[in-house]
Design a binder for this molecule. Structure first.
Ligand code: SAH
Ligand code: SF4
Length: 362
C-alpha cells in the first residue's frame, strides 16, 4: 500500500496573498496581467478550492500553480448539522490547535458565519466553554478570514452567498485586535460583505473599544454585559476587575458619539442569577440615553458551570421590563442546541469523546 505524499510545506497560502502579490507571482511565470484577476474571481466569487477547476487557465499552468499555492491551512476534523440547519465545524490548524466555526441559515435568506478569533480564550468567563479551556494562541488574520472563506465558498458552489459574519466564536476579538481588524478588511473586500453585516463581540476591553471607534469601519459592535453590578459581573467575568461596568458603559457612549452607530448588548440569562425584573430595571437605568439594543439569550449550559438557562416566563418578564423602560430587546433563539453549537462546546465534547462526530476529512 502506498501512503499519500505529505503536503509540501513550501506552498504559499493563496489566502495570505493580495491580488498584487499573486499577480507578481504569475508574471514571474510569464503570465499576462489578467491572470491574477481570473484566479481571484474563481477563488472569491465562485468558491473554487482547486486550480483544476479553473477552466479558463491553461492546463500546465494549473498544474504549476497547484505545486506552488495551497488553499489555506484549516483542515476539517468534524462537522455537525442541526435540525434547524445550523452547521458547526471543528478545524485543526497546522500546529494542532482546534477551532470552531458555525454557519446559521435564516428563513429570510441570510447566511451568517460565526467565526473564532483565538484558539481558546484568556478572559476566563466562568459560564463559557471556551473560557473554561484557557488561552492557547491568537489566530492570524488569514486563519480568521479562512473560516468565513470556507463557508462562503461552499455557499457559492450551491448558488447561495454568505451574507453576514459575526466574531462570536472562540476567543476575545479585541485581545487579538490587529489580526481581527485585518481579517475584517479581508472579509469585506474579498467576500463582498458590507461592514454593517459584520459584528464584533467583545467582553469589554475598554481601550480597544476606543480604538475601534477610530478605525473608520462601519462594523457593528456587541458588548457582552451579563450583569449590571461590578460584584456580580466580576464573579462571572474576571475582566470586570480591570474594566468595571461604569467605565465600559462610558466607553460605549463614546463609541456611539464617535460613530453614530448603535451598540448591541449581549445578555445570557442565567436562572436565578441575572434574570430578575429588578435586574432588568437596573439594566434599563444603566443604558438610559444610550443608542443601543439588548440581545437576550438563555444560557447554554456547559460542563464547567453549574448555572441553568432561565425558563421562558422569566425570559419574557425580563424582556418586557426592558421594553417598558424604552430599551429595545430581542430574545435570540439558541441555534443548534442539539449539536453543541455554543461557543467552544464542540471542541470540549470532541476532546471528551462525547459528541457523535462524523469524520469528514483528515
Ligand atoms: N469573546 C467575545 C466573543 C465570543 S463569545 C465575547 O465574549 O463577547 C460570544 C457570546 O457568547 C458572548 O456574548 C458570550 O458572553 C456568550 N456566551 C459564552 N458562553 C455562553 C453560554 N454558555 N451561554 C450563552 N452565551 C454564552
Ligand atoms: Fe472569552 Fe468571550 Fe468566552 Fe468570555 S465569553 S471566555 S471573552 S470567548
Amino acid at each position: 500500500m502506498t501512503l499519500p505524499a505529505a503536503q509540501p510545506t513550501t506552498q504559499d497560502n493563496i489566502y495570505a496573498l493580495t491580488e498584487e502579490q499573486l499577480q507578481a507571482g504569475l508574471e514571474a511565470l510569464g503570465q499576462p496581467k489578467f491572470r491574477a484577476r481570473q484566479v481571484c474571481d474563481w477563488v472569491y466569487r465562485r468558491g473554487v478550492t482547486s486550480f483544476d477547476e479553473m477552466t479558463n487557465l491553461p492546463k500546465d499552468l494549473r498544474a504549476d500553480l497547484a505545486g506552488r499555492y495551497r488553499f489555506g491551512h484549516l483542515s476539517l476534523v468534524t462537522s455537525q448539522r442541526s435540525q434547524d440547519g445550523t452547521e458547526k465545524r471543528l478545524y485543526r490548524l497546522p500546529d494542532g490547535q482546534l477551532i470552531e466555526s458555525v454557519l446559521m441559515p435564516y428563513g429570510d435568506g441570510r447566511r451568517t458565519a460565526c467565526i473564532s478569533s483565538q484558539a481558546g480564550c484568556a478572559m476566563g468567563c466562568t459560564f463559557c466553554a471556551t473560557g473554561q479551556m484557557g488561552f492557547e494562541r491568537h489566530l492570524s488574520a488569514e486563519e480568521i478570514f479562512e473560516q468565513a472563506q470556507r463557508f462562503s465558498a461552499d455557499l457559492q458552489r450551491r448558488g447561495e452567498r454568505l451574507s453576514n459574519c459575526v466574531l462570536m466564536g472562540m476567543g476575545e476579538p479585541f485581545h487579538n485586535y490587529d489580526n481581527v481588524v485585518k481579517a475584517l478588511r479581508l472579509i469585506m473586500e474579498r467576500l463582498d460583505i458590507g461592514a454593517r453585516r459584520i459584528t464584533v463581540s467583545t467582553v469589554g476591553l475598554v481601550p480597544k473599544i476606543k480604538r475601534f471607534a477610530e478605525e473608520g469601519l462601519q462594523v457593528k459592535l456587541a458588548i457582552s454585559l451579563h450583569a449590571t453590578r461590578d460584584e456580580e459581573r466580576e464573579a462571572i467575568m474576571p475582566v470586570n476587575k480591570r474594566y468595571p461596568v461604569r467605565e465600559l458603559i462610558d466607553a460605549c457612549h463614546d463609541f456611539v458619539r464617535a460613530t453614530g452607530r448603535r451598540v448591541t448588548f449581549e445578555w445570557a440569562l442565567i436562572q436565578g442569577q441575572n434574570d430578575s425584573v429588578e435586574e432588568a430595571a437596573r439594566l434599563a437605568a444603566l443604558l438610559r440615553g444610550l443608542l443601543c439594543h439588548v440581545n437576550v439569550i438563555p444560557l447554554n449550559p456547559t460542563a464547567g458551570y453549574g448555572g441553568a438557562p432561565s425558563d421562558p416566563e422569566r425570559v419574557g418578564a425580563f424582556v418586557q421590563t426592558l421594553e417598558e423602560r424604552g430599551v429595545p430587546a430581542t430574545v435570540r433563539m439558541r441555534r443548534g442546541i442539539d449539536i453543541d453549537a455554543g461557543c467552544g462546546q464542540l471542541k470540549s465534547s470532541a476532546e471528551q469523546g462525547l459528541a457523535p462526530l462524523v469524520q469528514i476529512e483528515g
